[in-house]
Design a protein around this ligand. Structure first.
Ligand SMILES: Cc1ncc(COP(=O)(O)O)c(C=O)c1O
Length: 458
């Protein structure tokens, strides 16, 4: 065989179809969660949310530092053991002989895309896998053609990196960016009206969060997307926190593009995200890295980013399996139960202010925000860490292009592995702060936490 005709297919044939080394990992925890879910299958999710025997199986599926209480899962969530081990094993397998095993691992990606699409309610050819929500959203934000003077309407409480992306287009291309402010919590009607009133003949894009990274304010995505469509406006939705936290179907949102962090609530290994693009809209978005014209209508044009860690992406399959083993409804009910447990214990105190709507019907699950009148949230966060080893993020507004808001709060985000004892320790710590105060140090010299500090923790 000449060198020229030695194709990858020949190589794979010569090397044999199956890996030379057997790669398996321990799936016992996953099986145990599946079995536990089977045993509670006939009961309502709200009831199972309070069943500590059930959640113990889920807790055991994680390897964590339990000397710390992690109530900052809004940042990046730890992946369950089975997911992390899968990522290690795929990576190790690829490393044996990258040209051979990388393609073998990559061959499984279309199956993962299909399973993700089935779970989250879209067609597989509308879903691109990315390295996170920043990449997914920037594909949409930078990929849509805009003329100087065209207007993008977003909010002051959208994610800093996404606001910076629009700011850069403003500086580079002369587009106009309108940033709307809203109170927290806001009603769905207030948010809809805000966008409705902001439309001008120059408005070309709406960009907003499904649920914000600050107070978890939920937006009426479908209503705003319908309004936008009726006026020829493109809707880009930041779903970094939504997918995997509470159940919904992507196609029901009716937006044009939707970006997600899968290393948040889907519990995928760090470096996973996805971008949903409504089929008809795929040709309207340019990919971040150039693709040939034949791919104009192909969702995979957004995935062509050269060599990248396929092992991380392949382990998304195990993350999805773990999510399905618990079940989206049970997971959301448990997250809400944990949130309500601390909120109900503290809310009667007149100095406690909860900035997230926790009423029924549910519009918040695993993320919410709280402050104590008279205590700087940065001091409170330091106190919780120093005395109780509780990890939370203090929210303090910044200046454009960062988020701008006039409240202070701690963002509290437990996870499926959080124990009741951990939640109760948080309640005890907050009561301690209320009764005895906390050491004061305040924020940075300008009165704000630096933008870099905040983005690192958000
Ligand atoms: C609302 C929101 N959008 C976008 C992002 C960026 O996500 P990633 O870190 O996956 O790029 C985050 C991350 O915290 C976020 O909270």
């Amino acid at each position: 065989m000449s060198h020229e005709s030695w194709s990858r297919r020949d190589f794979l044939r010569a090397a044999g179809a199956a890996p030379a080394v057997a790669f398996t990992w321990n799936t016992e925890n996953l099986e145990r969660v599946r079995a536990a879910s089977q045993a509670v299958a006939g009961r309502a999710p709200q009831e199972v949310a309070q069943d500590e025997f059930y959640w113990r199986e889920v807790q055991l599926a994680f390897k964590l530092d339990r000397t710390l209480i992690n109530l900052n899962n809004g940042f990046t969530c730890p992946a369950p053991r089975v997911v992390l081990e899968a990522a290690f094993r795929y990576t190790e397998q690829i490393n044996l002989l990258p040209v051979h095993y990388q393609h073998m691992v990559a061959a499984g990606i279309p199956t993962i895309r299909r399973r993700m699409a089935n779970e989250f309610g879209c067609d597989p050819d509308e879903l691109a896998l990315t390295r996170g929500a920043s990449e997914a959203l920037q594909i949409a934000q930078n990929g849509i053609d805009l003329e100087p003077g065209d207007e993008v309407v977003t909010t002051e409480q959208d994610y800093p990196r996404m606001l910076t992306t629009w700011d850069q287009r403003m500086r580079r291309e002369g587009i106009k960016v309108t940033r709307l402010q809203f109170p927290v919590p806001a009603t769905q009607e207030q948010l809809y009206t805000l966008f409705e009133r902001a439309v001008t003949p120059k408005t070309k894009v709406f960009h907003f969060c499904h649920t914000t990274n600050l107070t978890a304010q939920l937006f009426p995505v479908q209503r705003i997307a319908r309004l936008a469509r009726s006026k020829g406006i493109v809707t880009i939705v930041d779903g970094a926190h939504a997918l995997g936290q509470f159940p919904f179907k992507l196609r029901d949102l009716e937006c044009d593009a939707y970006g997600v962090s899968l290393h948040k609530w889907l519990l995928a290994p760090i470096g996973n995200g996805c971008l949903y693009v409504r089929r008809e809209m795929i040709p309207r978005f340019w990919p971040l890295q150039a693709a040939p014209e034949q791919q104009d209508y192909d969702i995979e044009k957004f995935e062509a980013i050269g060599t990248h860690p396929w092992g991380i992406r392949a382990a998304l399959g195990e993350a999805l399996a773990f999510h399905q083993a618990i079940g989206a409804e049970r997971k959301a009910a448990r997250l809400r139960y944990l949130t309500l447990r601390w909120a109900n214990a503290l809310k009667a105190n007149p100095r406690v202010r909860i900035l997230t709507n926790l009423d029924e019907p549910a519009v918040a699950w695993g993320v919410s925000a709280v402050n104590i009148e008279g205590i700087d949230v940065r001091d409170l966060a330091r106190f919780l860490m120093a005395k109780y080893r509780i990890v939370v993020v203090p929210l303090v507004g910044g200046v454009p292009p960062n988020q701008v808001f006039d409240y202070q709060a701690l963002r509290i985000s437990p996870n499926v592995y959080t124990t009741l004892e951990e939640i109760d320790t948080f309640v005890e710590a907050m009561q301690d702060a209320l009764e005895n105060g906390v050491p004061t140090q305040g924020g940075a010299e300008d009165g704000n936490a630096s933008a870099e500090d905040l983005e690192f923790m958000l």
